[in-house]
Design a protein around this ligand. Structure first.
Ligand code: UDP
Length: 248
């Protein structure tokens, strides 16, 4: 079984919907998607199995309809958000295949004719065969986000690490765009993330990872080569785990 220098055999990569559009824009910018696909393809060439949990925030987030005046039930809007992840999943699938990757798109809500249903053992088998598996529709249930789905899938697919791709370099003590003194952490414990209320992933996702000791790497996917570095276990971004060697 292939294992890289970091000892990673299998990783779950969480890509937010916003990674599919230009900063400040919505929708899908295919040049951006192909750019991510190229980097993911390079990472897959290292022999590591990659499952991607895809978000939908570039199209729709359920919370945006959460007010009573929206005339749409909140649960409905979350299902709409989950469908948005399928649109992104289809775009990512074609982008990955255009750069030579073998892929499968699987959805937590059945969508025969568009993608295969998510079945844990089947997804694991695809990964073993070297296919990149794109996981859409989150958990299939409303009122949570695809961060929670990423934690859930990382655990059930027995991944070695959850890689959370973001637009910033990692986890900071404060918002780096507002506070010039904000410090970038290289390592953090789950406990510190929770105590300091750091915005990393949603609290359910952090709690799940903490409970099962699933390490999380928060890193900047926009820096060329970072997806490969993250998959290779190189020092990039902020590593969140139970045992932290240094305070920072
Ligand atoms: N969503 C949901 N259940 C899930 C995953 C997602 O209801 O298991 C809905 C939720 O409304 C969410 C939307 O789908 O806002 C899009 O996902 P998310 O906000 O996580 O996308 P991202 O921020 O990663 O682009």
């Amino acid at each position: 079984m292939a294992v890289n220098s970091a000892g990673y055999r299998r990783v779950v990569l969480k890509l937010s919907g916003e990674s599919f559009s230009h900063a400040g824009e919505r929708g899908i910018s295919m040049d951006t998607v192909v750019h991510i696909a190229e980097q993911t393809a390079q990472a897959a060439q290292q022999g590591v199995q990659i499952a991607i949990v895809i978000g939908g925030g570039n199209i729709l987030r359920g919370a945006q309809f959460a007010s009573a005046s929206a005339r749409i039930q909140e649960a409905t809007s979350h299902y709409m958000g989950m469908l948005a992840t399928v649109i992104n999943g289809l775009a990512l699938q074609d982008a990955l295949e255009s750069v030579g990757c073998s892929t499968r798109l699987s959805t937590a809500i059945r969508m025969d004719g568009v993608a295969e249903p998510y079945i844990r053992r089947r997804a694991a088998r695809h990964l073993e065969k070297g296919r990149i598996v794109i996981l859409a529709c989150g958990t299939g249930s409303p009122f949570v986000t695809t961060d929670t789905a990423a934690a859930q899938r990382a655990l059930e697919l027995d991944a070695d690490i959850l890689l959370k791709a973001t637009r910033v370099d990692g986890v900071y003590s404060d918002d780096p765009e507002k506070n010039p003194h904000a410090v970038l952490y290289s390592e953090l414990s789950y406990q510190s993330v929770r105590e300091q209320n750091l915005r990393v992933m949603d609290p359910t996702a952090i709690a799940q990872c903490m409970e099962h000791d699933m390490p999380i790497l928060v890193f900047n996917f926009r820096k060329v080569g970072n997806i490969v570095r993250a998959v290779n276990g190189e020092k990039v971004g902020t590593l969140i785990r139970s045992k932290v060697a240094e305070p920072r």
